[in-house]
Design a protein around this ligand. Structure first.
Ligand SMILES: C[S@@+](CC[C@H](N)C(=O)[O-])C[C@H]1O[C@@H](n2cnc3c(N)ncnc32)[C@H](O)[C@@H]1O
Length: 259
């Protein structure tokens, strides 16, 4: 068993691993959010906003808590949502991400909070398979759909390990006059390497040139139904604290249920 980290060790690790994309409160009233090391305001609010927006319904459909549930946190970054799932009683949480640095941050947070029920692995979504990771009652699919080069293939891999519930949060293209499914194809320039200095969730982009597909709201619903989720509900952005992009309909959250 690993020994507890002292206050000084926690401070040193926060400095060494910063900036973090998620604010997570740590012992000794420390936090992964350090204003002078932070890159964007969203790092302060990302986890709390989405948790307040989407988790009450998730917990409700799960019967009041996540007790006994197996949760997969896809593209977990430093694992703020995995921590929230563990706090809500999940029996086992697996967070996966392609970037070593994010997995190192996530493992630091796990150790600091002594959350043995969470495991973080460096893994590509396209490699998800029941033979290696098993099945999950609930999957978090946050901030990733619009980054994928192979959205249908990747979402099929995620769905193949998801038994019951998928909670999905994504950028969408607003198409107010068009009801049919549409995807916008984006080809960002090959990164100069500068990008990763300014954001906390894009280290993987500098590794390769990517094509990305951003869906409209109808396309997200159709895709989730195609993946075998019989019920798909878009969550209304009713909270005042939620970022403007949800109200402007360029970001949306969906709860998808197998039955
Ligand atoms: C915008 S961040 C979202 C982080 C977190 N889920 C959230 O919503 O705050 C996208 C994350 O996806 C990870 N990622 C990108 N492509 C991936 C892939 N193919 N498999 C696993 N993780 C991936 C990145 O490393 C990054 O941490």
């Amino acid at each position: 068993m690993q020994k507890d980290l002292t206050e000084q060790e926690l401070r040193n690790e926060i400095q060494r691993l910063a900036p973090f994309h998620h604010r997570v409160e740590l012992p000794y009233e420390l936090s992964t959010y350090v204003p002078e090391l932070s890159r964007r305001k969203i790092e302060f609010t990302r986890v709390t906003n989405l948790v307040e927006h989407a988790f009450p319904l998730l917990v409700d459909v799960c019967g009041g808590s996540l007790k006994g549930r197996r949760v997969l946190d896809v593209a977990c970054n430093c694992g703020g949502f995995s921590v929230e799932a563990a706090k809500l009683g999940a029996e086992y949480v697996l967070g996966i991400d392609v970037v070593d640095h994010y997995i190192e941050q996530a493992n630091f947070i796990k150790r600091a909070l002594k959350l043995d029920q969470i495991e973080f692995q460096r893994m590509n979504i396209e490699d998800l398979d029941t033979s290696t990771v098993g099945e999950f009652d609930i999957t978090f699919c946050f901030g990733i759909l619009y980054h994928l080069e192979n959205p249908v293939l990747s979402m099929k891999r995620i769905a193949s390990v998801t038994k019951n519930i998928m909670l999905l949060d994504t950028n969408v293209i607003p198409t107010p006059l068009i009801r049919k499914s549409l995807w916008s194809m984006n080809m960002p320039p090959v990164s100069s390497g500068l990008e990763s200095k300014y954001v906390t969730a894009c280290l993987w982009r500098s590794q390769k040139s990517v094509v990305r597909f951003v869906p409209n709201e109808t396309a997200v619903v159709e895709l989730l139904k195609f993946l075998g989720f019989a019920k798909v509900k878009k969550l209304k952005p009713k909270l005042g604290i939620l970022e403007k992009r949800y109200h402007k309909r360029t970001r949306a959250t969906y709860l998808a249920l197998r039955s």
